[in-house]
Write a protein that binds this ligand. Structure first.
Ligand SMILES: NC(=O)c1ccc[n+]([C@@H]2O[C@H](COP(=O)([O-])OP(=O)(O)OC[C@H]3O[C@@H](n4cnc5c(N)ncnc54)[C@H](O)[C@@H]3O)[C@@H](O)[C@H]2O)c1
Length: 301
């Protein structure tokens, strides 16, 4: 039986869940997207349609294939029903250990025997998340990147109990999505988040100290190192609330060099979370376009 026949459940219809669900249905899987928030589900469906329609407009996706992909995506608010008979679950709910463990504990008894349970956590412990289920060897990290439809990498994270079979199956799913996967033995922040969190935090320290403007810090990394995006733009895209949660975890596990910059704490307290709230380091108009010259000014910090 083709892997494409496997029932896939994606839990969490936020930024990442939307992208991951899109990746599965585009690759030919049928996917069920689950969220406790109905509004998030409606928004995710609209966003998946938009990505597919954009592909058609650009001539990258055939119209019929886009329609078929949309038809393969369903949504549900009841995880128990969604998990029935699933071969793969990708949890991508809020970055909170208790919430993630609850999702896995609820789904595990309803999935197929030997089903793979993947977590898209950015920085939490796969080993610890896996304690929520009776078969921790089935739990693996599948760490996707935002925006999922453009980013090729998946970090496959091996927890203490993850079996070779689970690793191989996670790799097969990743291959089926057309992604390139790397294997990481569980470590706080994996390879990418650890380096990216450090760069984003350092950029915020520089902004706070008035070393350079937000625009110039981002330009430095884009033009000096050929990064496609500067660290502050990237933080606005990721969401500073997610960034802060990751930094707090890395600070607790890896030490002082990851202490979150106070400016991030202040921005999150103010609700300036990034693109998703219309303002982060930069401000965005109602169409999501960045407002020129809107970078936070050191003089007003
Ligand atoms: N944002 C990124 O760039 C990025 C990249 C890689 C990994 N991640 C990780 O992916 C996960 C999700 O991040 P995001 O940015 O999509 O967050 P988000 O806030 O956009 O979405 C989270 C979604 O989870 C839903 N949710 C919360 N509790 C739930 C539950 N019990 N059952 C079902 N749904 C529930 C929320 O309603 C929300 O829609 C986090 O673990 C994050 O660390 C994020």
């Amino acid at each position: 039986m083709s892997i494409l026949q496997d029932k896939v459940v994606v839990v969490g219809a936020g930024l990442m869940g939307t992208g991951i669900a899109h990746a599965f249905v585009t690759a030919g899987f049928s996917a069920e997207l689950v969220d406790t928030n109905e509004a998030a589900l409606a928004k995710a469906l609209a966003n998946v349609s938009e990505i597919l329609d954009g592909g058609v407009r650009l001539g990258k996706v055939d119209g019929g294939a886009a329609a078929a992909a949309k038809a393969r995506l369903t949504t549900r608010s009841d995880l128990k029903q969604a998990a029935e008979g699933a071969a793969l679950l990708v949890e991508t709910v809020t970055e909170n250990l208790a919430v993630k463990k609850e999702v896995l504990a609820t789904a595990a008894p309803r999935m197929l025997p030997g089903a793979v349970m993947a977590t898209n956590t950015s920085a939490l412990s796969v080993t610890e998340i896996a304690t929520a289920v009776p078969q921790p060897e089935r739990v693996v990290g599948m760490h996707f990147f935002n925006p999922v439809h453009k980013m090729k990498l998946v970090e496959l994270v091996r927890g203490l109990a993850t079996s070779d079979d689970t690793m191989a199956r996670a790799r097969a799913y990743s291959d089926a999505l057309g992604k390139t996967s790397i294997v990481v033995n569980e470590a706080p922040g994996l390879t990418t988040s650890r380096m990216s969190a450090m760069a984003g935090n350092e950029a915020m320290w520089m902004l706070q100290e008035g070393v350079a403007t937000a625009e110039d810090i981002d330009t430095a990394m884009r033009l000096g190192f050929n990064h496609p995006m500067g660290p502050l733009e990237l933080g606005d895209l990721t969401g500073w609330d997610t960034r802060l949660a990751v930094l707090r975890y890395l600070h607790a596990t890896l030490g002082e060099k990851f202490r979150p910059c106070p400016l991030i704490v202040k921005m999150v307290a103010a609700g300036r979370l990034g693109r998703k709230t219309g303002a982060g380091v930069y401000r965005y108009d109602e169409n999501g376009q960045r407002i020129p010259g809107s970078g936070l000014k050191a003089s007003v910090l």
